[in-house]
Design a protein around this ligand. Structure first.
Ligand code: 13P
Length: 335
């Protein structure tokens, strides 16, 4: 088995998932201001270090995606953040795209940037201890979107990124996120997500990316957040499994969903049912940002020095998602 596949399986094996703690400084500032904590480098580090040194890192969190600021920070116990994560039994990873910008030719859509100088940045991150990386393409749904231009150009960027990451012996997380904002139906989300994922794999193959050494990070198939009806967890599960079965090549070792604005409980419940019904060879786990951190952040904001209490809240959420990644979660044990 290739080294990259081994790493992918260690990150996602045995119900483990990924903690997406790679919010840019601008996004993290919004999250902290929302709970009335000043967004200083020290506070951003304190919250993240609290999560990274919690006990669930060993049992539940196979990998942590970091942001550039964090991978270069040093913990209060004087170890480098990637070393802290490795010492807890998890893999450090890094977001390497530089964000989604206006797409020339279709200005209501976005193209993710960050390819220029990427080879050099990857070498630096690898030296700092990163074993895997993330790049997110973002697509919105409306009558005419995502356009072919957006599907094509983001797939091309994801493929060029992935090839460069594997050249540097790291596992690329390929994240094409079809957003849940809007009035669209689940059927629309199904169709458009299928188009997006299929195009990504066509480009990955053209760029000679080893599909056994990537992790796919897709959205679940959901109705838009302004759609008139709410989908049941069983409907989300059926559509999500159908979409992935039809659009992901079987060599891909693991799929780790983003939470995308679902509540913590929705994200866990849907993941659980997907795993109960999983009739594919893919591992189906989580790579959650908000759905892993929300309660912990809220608790922490009331007393930023209550490390133990915050870790307890985070450990619970991580444990629930790790149970869900094995189809063993229930509402009763989550209470
Ligand atoms: P959410 O789980 O909050 O959607 O974040 C995951 C992520 O990494 C988005 O790029």
């Amino acid at each position: 088995m290739s080294e990259l596949k081994k790493i992918a399986l260690q990150i996602l094996g045995n119900g483990k998932g990924i903690l997406a703690a790679d919010e840019s400084t601008a996004t993290m500032t919004k999250r902290l201001e929302n709970v009335n904590v000043p967004s200083t480098p020290e506070n951003r580090l304190l919250f993240r270090e609290t999560l990274f040194s919690s006990s669930s890192m060993a049992d539940c969190i196979g990998g942590v995606i970091l942001y550039d600021e964090t991978i270069k920070q040093t913990s209060s116990k004087k170890n480098k953040i990637p070393e802290l994560i490795s010492s807890m039994g998890s893999y450090p990873g890094i977001k390497v795209d530089t964000g989604a910008k206006v797409l020339a030719g279709s200005p209501e859509e976005k193209i993710t940037e960050g390819l220029d100088g990427l080879r050099e940045r990857l070498k630096e991150y690898s030296k700092l201890g990163a074993k895997f990386t993330k790049w997110r393409g973002v697509y919105s749904i409306s009558k005419n979107y995502p356009s072919q231009l957006s599907i094509q150009s983001n797939a091309h960027a994801l493929a060029r990124y992935s090839a460069l990451v594997q050249e540097c012996n790291m596992v690329p997380i390929v994240e094409p996120e079809v957003l849940m904002d809007g009035e669209h139906s689940a059927q629309d989300c199904y169709q458009k997500t299928s188009d997006v994922i299929k195009r990504c794999f066509e480009e990955l193959i053209i760029h000679k990316v080893d599909l056994k050494g990537i992790i796919l990070k897709p959205n679940m198939i959901l109705a838009g957040n302004k759609y008139k009806d709410k989908l049941s967890s069983q409907e989300v599960t059926n559509l999500t499994l159908k979409c992935l079965k039809n659009s992901v090549p079987s060599e891909v070792p693991g799929i780790a969903f983003l939470s995308g604005g679902q509540t913590e409980i929705e994200a866990t419940e849907n993941l659980n049912l997907i795993n109960k019904n999983n009739d594919t060879n893919f591992i189906m786990s989580y790579s959650y940002g908000r759905a892993l951190q929300q309660s912990a952040l809220k608790f922490w904001s009331k007393n930023i020095n209550d490390i133990e209490g915050t870790q307890k809240v985070f450990n619970h959420r991580a444990k629930m998602n790790t149970l869900a990644a094995q189809g063993k979660w229930s509402r009763e044990i989550d209470n």
